[in-house]
Write a protein that binds this ligand. Structure first.
Ligand code: CDP
Length: 228
């Protein structure tokens, strides 16, 4: 069976990662969470005081960008890939609200995107990959054979993220999460460089009322149509 490239894009917290991860597992492809890469750069910036308030200090960040190395390593215990920043496992830290709060301004910096897109394209050069993010079907892999654009109703997205954060012991309110998602979506869709939008040839899946089983069946059907 021929190997293809699969791009999964969509708004914050609409379940892209779960979908992309499940699809990769079902079809035995590699899964890459491109958002984790932007989150890891954000963590680096916070640790190295590269923010002026909410905005990145771009001049200072430019001097650091070549020292930021992000890799993914399989974790035997969780059975998932963990994000490593310069060799350190930062998987847990990058999922916090503190990072979510600052990541979109970092992802709007053109030379950050340039560096990460280059790495993402290298990861997918042999196909057989599912990558999720905001610009995968439009910029990273415009030639991807299967493009999925995921949406879900706002209240559902907030509830899912709240449940996820609560499970990790973060005490945040519905309003705080809603504010963060709204702010990130606004920055992600209006930035100059690679704004989030649906690729013309993407299939839209609204998963608000779908069970995991149902959404997996829909994705598998799409995959088969493209590969058989
Ligand atoms: O999981 P969630 O929807 O919260 O976001 P994420 O996929 O972890 O991505 C975090 C942030 O990184 C997004 O809000 C975007 O600002 C940025 N991002 C991007 O610009 N391009 C990508 N390909 C992936 C993420």
């Amino acid at each position: 069976m021929k190997k293809i490239t699969i791009a999964v894009d969509g708004y914050s917290s609409c379940g892209k990662s779960t979908m992309a991860k499940d699809l990769a597992q079902m079809v035995k492809y590699n899964y890459i969470d491109s958002g984790a890469m932007y989150r890891a750069v954000t963590l680096y910036c916070l640790r190295n005081n590269l923010f002026d308030g909410d905005s990145p200090n771009e001049t200072a960040l430019k001097n650091h960008i070549n020292q930021i190395h992000i890799t993914f390593q399989y974790n035997e215990i969780s059975g998932k890939s963990d994000t490593h920043l310069n060799g350190e496992n930062v998987e847990k830290e990058i999922r916090s609200m503190a990072i979510a709060d600052k990541v979109s301004p970092i992802a709007a910096v053109d030379f950050v995107r340039e560096a990460l897109v280059k790495q993402q394209q290298a990861m997918g050069k042999n196909k057989g990959i599912v990558m999720d993010g905001r610009d995968i079907g439009t910029v990273v892999f415009p030639g991807a054979e299967l493009k999925i654009f995921v949406t879900a109703r706002p209240e559902i997205r907030v509830q899912r993220r709240l449940t996820e954060l609560a499970a990790k012991g973060e005490d945040v309110t519905f309003e705080e999460v809603l504010k963060n998602l709204t702010k990130r979506d606004l920055i992600d869709t209006t930035r100059k460089d690679a704004p989030l939008h649906q690729a013309a040839d993407a299939v839209v899946i609204d998963n608000s009322d779908l069970t995991i089983e149902k959404q997996n069946n829909i994705m598998l059907k799409l995959f088969k149509e493209k590969t058989e």
